[in-house]
Design a protein around this ligand. Structure first.
Ligand code: ATP
Ligand code: MG
Length: 673
């Protein structure tokens, strides 16, 4: 990251002691687990004790009980090459075998692995035995196409069964995959292919999105015509939409031609635990995406462990649904590797939540009796905006646990999720983690932790996380600072693909021996951790360091606000000033259309923030906007809003979900004020 924002901690080093992030919002609601839930929960408080007493022994036990090894490991952790860890390094295993075959061998071949639902309403049921045949066939086909152990394969796909099969087929032959989100442009695809030096690309003619077929193959053609993509020898194409596609003979191969006739017998390639499983580029919320490298044994151990304990999975009876795209790490860890390793039954949905109607997700929950649901705050806020009556029209009583990931969840959104989706009963797990961490790191344990709206709360058993100040001192309860991870963990990244220096520089140079996550955080009076936004977004107003998240949550707690994004803009007197961008809720949207109305909304919201957290946090300006700039994974890109607030040319917006949003915001703001 090359951001030289004044509030970034790197620019503060060398100065005297500087104030840590201030702790402003006072949210005190708490929800202890019900007795019934606790009585049946997978997790118990004993996990914390066991991990505290013997951390490495704890992880070795997880690796041995949750995975099947071809040859057992004898050493749990080798940290002598820090900051590159080696976990379970002399053991061998195969990720696809763990995710699929062993469940069939254990007699669960008839269990449904996926209830697939296409956006147009087509469905497909895939059992573990089906999955074993499909993955074996695809593995044979990849080998036939010249892919060898260690070769990189780029997967650029919609949300289809074949996408999961493609990933597992790569894992089966030890060819690291790099999934590129299907919504990314040809250029984003090209740069990722070039960086990974991929040998093969797996794609589809297209997929269904927002009620229409959307093409994918043309982006692959364009990417491969560009610079740096010359390593690609073959393109494997799944037929989904039957759109016309351009065809390059000798390079392009239909999936059904290569895979359908291949043998369904395949011996997995047994790899060492540290064999690369995949490369995945981060979302690009703060800057240029990084190719995060994950390996096999430690990654599988921690994804399986967290999926079992954080989601309380009962593979025989639960129907689990994670709404993420497989192009994000959440899809890798909590659709593909964690749940399948645990033998879960899942829903896989191709499309958008509002097609053909805004209740589509809840209709699917009712139809498949989903019991565990995992989504992102951005989706929850969108549902809030659409209205309570939509989920109320469906039977959601099958839901017994809810999860959130991707951004801090505002307490009001958390409460809405609990009441309107979880029936006021289902525990909510707010899970903090990153592409880099591979798996969940900080989260309540359902059945154990009394949950608090807006807080990820506690490092999981086996994980060492804390909040430190500029000098790396652990902050006392009630104070804020920076989130760090102080011990290596099994699913940690093993580096940035091809750039060890950038790995060290980005995560290990800020503090000696501590992993710097790049997120601000505070500890409340109980020692629970609250995420306060990215350090690049922290504001410095008259010497006070304020959190974007807390001010946004205060704004969202006002009835007229649907969504809010807060940035610090350069200010002559205060250093930085708080500028808020807000989207008003449906029925209030018109209020800011006139000058008087806009002034009234400003005053009302400024006073509201002053009341909720204090006068220091009062936004200097509040701009009512129709939309907010978001990454393709739904995260707010505050750096672009900072450009607007500071009247600058807007920076790199290539990872935006909708490239016209910035124009819409600018146009709205230029209208006579
Ligand atoms: P880039 O690193 O390229 O800027 P990114 O950080 O958005 O992109 P991800 O790895 O997908 O890429 O996201 C991880 C980040 O998401 C975390 O560092 C944190 O800022 C945020 N995050 C994820 N889960 C939570 C959560 N439960 N609470 C608060 N923040 C979260
Ligand atoms: Mg990041």
């Amino acid at each position: 990251m090359t951001d030289t924002h004044p509030a970034s901690p790197a620019s503060q080093s060398g100065g005297g002691p500087s104030p840590s992030l201030e702790n402003l919002l006072h949210e005190t609601r708490a929800f202890p687990p019900s007795e019934e839930f606790a009585a049946q929960a997978n997790a118990t408080a004993d996990l914390y004790t066991a991990a505290r007493e013997d951390r490495l022994g704890f992880w070795a036990e997880q690796a041995n009980t949750l995975l099947t090894w071809k040859t057992p490991f004898t050493e749990t952790l080798d940290w002598s090459g820090a900051p590159v860890a080696r976990w379970f390094a002399d053991g061998t295993l195969n990720a696809a075998y763990n995710a699929v075959d062993r469940h069939v061998e254990a007699g669960h071949g008839d269990r449904v692995a996926f209830h697939f639902e296409g956006e147009p309403g087509d469905t497909r049921t895939v059992t573990y035995a089906d999955l074993q045949r499909e993955v074996s066939k695809a593995a044979n086909a990849l080998t036939e196409l010249g892919v060898r152990t260690g070769d990189r394969v780029v997967v650029y796909m919609p949300m289809l069964i074949e996408s999961v099969v493609a990933m597992l087929a790569c894992a089966r032959i030890g060819a690291p995959h790099s999934v590129v989100f299907g919504g990314f442009s040809a250029d984003a695809l090209r740069s990722r292919i070039a960086d990974a030096e991929a040998k093969l690309v797996i794609t589809a003619d297209g997929g269904y999105r927002k009620g229409a077929p959307s093409a994918l193959k043309p982006a692959v053609d364009a990417a491969l015509a560009g610079e740096g993509a010359g390593t690609v020898e073959k393109v494997l194409v799944v037929r989904r939409t039957e759109q016309d596609v351009d065809w390059t003979d000798g390079r392009d191969v239909w999936w059904h031609d290569a895979v359908d006739g291949a043998s369904d017998q395949h011996e997995p390639v047994w790899v060492e635990a540290e064999h690369p499983l995949f490369i995945l580029y981060t979302s690009g919320t703060t800057g240029k995406p990084k190719g995060i490298l994950h390996t096999t044994g430690g990654y599988l151990t921690q994804t399986a462990y967290t999926h079992k304990n954080v989601f309380d999975l009962k593979p025989e009876s639960d129907v689990y649904w994670c709404s993420a795209d497989i192009g994000w790490v959440t899809g890798h860890s909590y659709i593909v590797y964690g749940p399948l390793t645990n033998g879960a039954t899942q829903v896989l949905y191709e499309g958008t939540p509002d097609t053909p109607h805004k209740g589509r997700w809840w209709e699917l929950v009712e139809k498949y009796k989903v019991s565990i649901f995992y989504t992102a705050p951005t989706a929850i806020r969108a549902c809030m905006k659409w209205g309570d009556d939509i989920p109320a029209g469906f039977d959601l009583s099958s839901l017994r646990l809810l999860g959130s990931v991707g951004e801090p969840i505002n307490p009001e959104a958390w409460m809405w999720y609990r009441e309107h989706i979880g029936g006021g009963q289902a525990p909510i797990v707010d899970t903090w983690w990153q592409t880099e961490t591979g798996a969940i790191m900080i989260s309540p344990l359902p059945g154990v932790t009394a949950t608090k709206p807006g807080s990820a709360q506690v490092p999981l058993p086996g994980i060492a996380a804390d909040v430190v100040d500029d000098e790396a001192n652990v902050v006392p309860n009630g104070s804020g600072g920076y989130l760090v991870l102080s011990e290596p963990w099994p699913s940690m990244l093993r580096g940035i693909w091809g750039d060890l220096e950038r790995y060290k520089e980005t995560y290990w140079s800020r503090y000696e021996g501590l992993y710097f996550a790049g997120d601000g955080a505070k500890k409340d009076d109980d020692g629970d951790i609250w995420l306060l936004g990215r350090v690049d977004d922290v504001m410095n107003v008259s010497g006070h360091r304020l959190s974007t998240t807390e001010i946004e949550s205060a704004l969202v707690s006002n009835d007229i606000v649907a969504e809010a994004a807060v940035v610090g803009a350069a200010d002559e007197t205060t250093g930085q000033a708080v500028v808020a961008f807000v989207i008003l809720r449906g029925e209030h949207a018109d209020r800011a259309a006139t000058d008087d109305g806009a002034a009234e909304v400003q005053t009302e919201l400024r006073n509201h923030v002053a009341k909720e957290i204090g006068p220091i946090a009062k936004p200097k300006r509040i701009l009512v906007v129709p939309e907010l700039p978001k990454t393709r994974s739904g995260k707010i890109m505050r750096r672009l809003l900072r450009d607007i607030a500071e009247d600058r040319q807007v920076g790199d917006a290539t990872t935006l979900a909708d490239s016209t949003v910035m124009d819409k915001i600018a146009a709205g703001l230029k209208a006579p004020a």
